[in-house]
Design a protein around this ligand. Structure first.
Ligand SMILES: [Zn+2]
Length: 437
């Protein structure tokens, strides 16, 4: 019984994939290598049976400009406790005095000031200079948003039904300065950039490992509101080529959750994360991105991550806290013991995560402290050590084991889902090569 339930669900996904009407647009303005394709999909429905199938063949339909990625930026921001409308606008990159003034003072935007619920996601599209194109603020208790838009040069605000239309978008870009530089240029929302960093976090340290001319292709869902990109959805598949090595990820839906696997069906989740810092626009801008690591490692047996004071530090693997306190030059230090003879150490912390003390259990990715400059530190940074039998080793040179393969019983179903997605990745890879000829 359970099995057939899972099967119906997977068919739902496959049908959704099959229903894509494909239009591939090469956005030549992005960069020589960057290009993008938008795939239009029938609006989502609640039909889980997926019986009415419209299978359409993959077809290239000429050049179409994208609504996003031509000097226009889409940003999503989650409201935090204590936020004001002013600092949300600034995080969204809205820097146009007229728009800020309109949202601050217009009676039509009052709901924004009254409903700043933490966790709510506000979306804005702006020009390169921070002029507001449109902004969507979800309203409490209904399927509606306050839409601030520009009509005939004037800003207006109105309530609009949140009727999203989902499209699958496929984009590819090369990294010239930073990951966010590349995603901005290609018009990829921050939510997708960080999801991508998360998916590959067992293989790539996005603070340290990125190289000039690394490149990626990503296939993801984008939700549109009144024809405008409103918010990003899930990544369906992605490829990241780091330092000449290709990593591929395909999402596999199980119980309403996407887990990511290699095309062969091996989990991308590893025993250890490559980086103890969560990747974000802020941390990516802070550290040196293309770093000659080895010399530095020999000097002090750890890896330093420059990051703003207060940045969350996460446990790179499940484990038990062995030490949390002050220790000489390390300042505030956390040491976590992991299975095998592995342990990790995190130094110069400003403070410790909630409940982090000797003997407490921590899960991979959980916050164990905050970046600071306690101990012998000249500026805010995290000093990270990887130890085997209490001896420091260079984590960046380490080839760590693991990754759990899919059960043979699930592998066939995974392959069925993965095949069309991998075809999408191949399509863009080949399109890239063609553009370079
Ligand atoms: Zn250090």
């Amino acid at each position: 019984m359970e099995k057939s339930g899972i099967l119906a669900q997977s068919n739902g996904l496959i049908e959704r994939l099959k229903r894509h009407r494909w239009t591939i647009g090469l956005a030549g303005s992005v960069s020589a290598l960057g290009m993008a394709a938008a795939i239009a999909v029938a609006p989502p429905d609640d039909d889980v049976t997926g019986v009415k199938t419209i299978v359409e063949q993959l077809a290239l339909q000429g050049i179409q400009p994208l609504s996003l990625g031509q000097g226009s930026f889409l940003r999503e921001e989650r409201i935090q406790r204590g936020d004001t409308v002013g600092n949300i606008l600034s995080r969204l990159g809205v820097h146009e005095p007229e728009a800020v003034e309109f949202i601050r003072t217009s009676p039509e935007t009052r709901a924004m000031h009254q409903q700043l619920a933490p966790g709510k996601v506000v979306v804005a599209r702006t020009s390169e200079n921070g002029e507001l194109h449109n902004l969507y603020f979800p309203l409490n208790g209904k399927d509606a948003a306050l839409a601030v838009e520009r009509q005939g040069g004037r800003l207006t605000a109105r309530e609009t039904a949140l009727r999203f239309e989902t499209q699958v978008v496929m984009k590819s870009a090369a990294i010239h300065s930073s990951l966010f530089g590349a995603t901005d240029a290609a018009g990829i929302p921050d939510g997708i950039a960080t999801q991508m960093a998360e998916i590959f976090s067992g293989d790539i340290d996005f603070h340290r490992d990125l190289r000039k001319n690394d490149r990626f292709t990503v296939v993801y869902e984008m939700h549109y509101l009144s024809g405008q990109p409103a918010r990003s959805g899930r990544i369906l598949a992605a490829e990241f080529v780091n330092n000449g090595k290709s990593y591929r990820a395909v999402g596999f839906e199980q119980g309403g959750q996407s887990t990511y696997y290699t095309p062969e069906g091996k989990s991308l989740r590893k025993a250890f994360l490559r980086s103890p810092l969560e990747f974000s626009r802020v941390t990516s801008g802070f550290a040196m991105r293309f770093h000659p690591v080895l010399q530095e490692w020999r000097a002090h047996k750890g890896v330093d991550y420059g990051a703003p004071s207060g940045t969350k530090v996460r446990a790179t693997a499940d484990g038990v806290v062995d030490f949390a306190g002050r220790q000489g030059g390390y300042g505030n230090l956390v040491i976590i013991r992991h299975s095998g003879n592995y342990s990790t150490a995190y130094g110069h912390l400003r403070g410790f995560g909630a409940g982090v003390k000797k003997g407490s259990r921590v899960a991979q990715g959980s916050t164990i402290g905050y970046v600071g400059q306690t101990g012998w530190a000249t500026g805010p940074h995290l000093h990270y050590e990887f130890r085997i039998n209490s001896q420091q080793v260079n984590p960046l040179a380490l080839n760590l084991p693991t990754s759990i393969p899919l059960e043979p019983s699930q592998l066939a179903r995974f392959k069925t889902q993965a095949t069309p997605l991998l075809a999408h990745l191949d399509l863009l890879r080949n399109a890239d090569l063609a553009a370079l000829d």
